[in-house]
Design a protein around this ligand. Sequence first.
Ligand code: ZN
Length: 474
Amino acid sequence: MCGAYPPLCRERSLLVEILSNGAARTVTGSCHLVTLDDRRILIDCGFFQGPKELEKRNREPFPFEAGNLDAVLVTHGHLDHVGRLPKLVREGYRGPIYATRATREIAEIILRDAAHLQREDYQRALRKARRAGRESLIAPPLFDEEDVRATLALFREPVEFATPLALGRTLHVTFQPAGHVLGSAWIELATPHLRVTASGDLGNRESALQAPATLPRECDVVLIETTYANRNHRSREATREEFRQVVTAAVARGGNVLIPSFALERTQQVLYQLRQLLELGEVPRVAVYLDSPMATKFTKLYQTCKNEFRPEVEKLLEEGDDPFEPETLSYTVSTEASKALNEVKGGAIIVAGSGMMTGGRIRHHLKHNLWRQEASLVVVGYQASGTLGRALVDGAKRVRIFGETIAVRARIHTIGGFSAHADQDDLLRWLKASGNAKVLLVHGEEAVMEGFQGLLEGLGRRVILPRPDTPVAF
Ligand code: ZN
């Protein structure tokens, strides 16, 4: 199959090899080794997240020599894209890491937090194991704060969007806006004979915050995420209206309104919508608390980045107005300030992590509010099976929190439109721009990928679902 871009067809010899260590037939653990122009380039090095069996893969050796890589490119700061970078460095990688400025800053916050959590988990497990005389069974943390420091030292000058970076004799890489979270990029690797494009995570074009992803040019091989390749999202306006109705109804009940939220992007979307609704008087005036130190750090970062958002958000930032701070917002950073919220019986909106209610400060607020019939829980994100959030969405009458049984009398609302990922239409539009490129599907559930593969093959595309650690050559 020759597209309008001929060089690959002229040279039949092997030009590029792609090996997916993570996000191959699964969603997390993004890590793709691209070998071309005598260069070994790693795109992302993320954590496997989810069931224990999958998380075990974080401890497996890389299927390549860390010390032999020439460069690492990071598409964005989510843990499933950066979480194994310190392990890579611990195993001998000393080369450059390239990312946008925001991605570097997000990665720093995420990796420091991950090292801290691992140390705490390890110490807790060790204390328990010592009492049982089984301390030798406890695996040490995958990396520590020192590994994170060494990793951060390898980040080079921030990459600018749309500015090619020379990485080899003839190889240039270019980061382009992906519209997924702050700093997110898709990346093109180009030689005079070949172009390979990797999507990273692509954004939802109906996001109220991020400007939509730019489209790729024709290329030979494209690696694309498939998180939501089987569905389409609601429009921005429909989501905003749904959120307005839910918040209005929740505030009218008189109790507190709890919004569990991921710290990066989802929280800023929620704050942005609340600010608009409060300013326009579309919801009653009510105090808003952001009770998450990590979400507060990310929000401060969002306030400093003007050039990645939709024009209306950018305009507010340029005018010195803050799109992420509702007038009634308080940041509760200290533990004491967070605890003081337990005394608030009603009339407050509390935004806190974690998004699936598996940890973080939201659990304290759930304990103090779920049993009150005037309280409301507004769920704005996907709840994986087995999580407290999923149990609540599925209608549990009682839940266990901090060893206590809590009756669920609060009203529970769910809103589906806040996704930060491209939907099927977004992915199809993006792929269409890549011309006749061969398509490698990654970063999705296998069944979703297979469905999308069928759809693409029906459109005449050649599609491959890479197996983990199994190279694909062109
Ligand atoms: Zn992501």
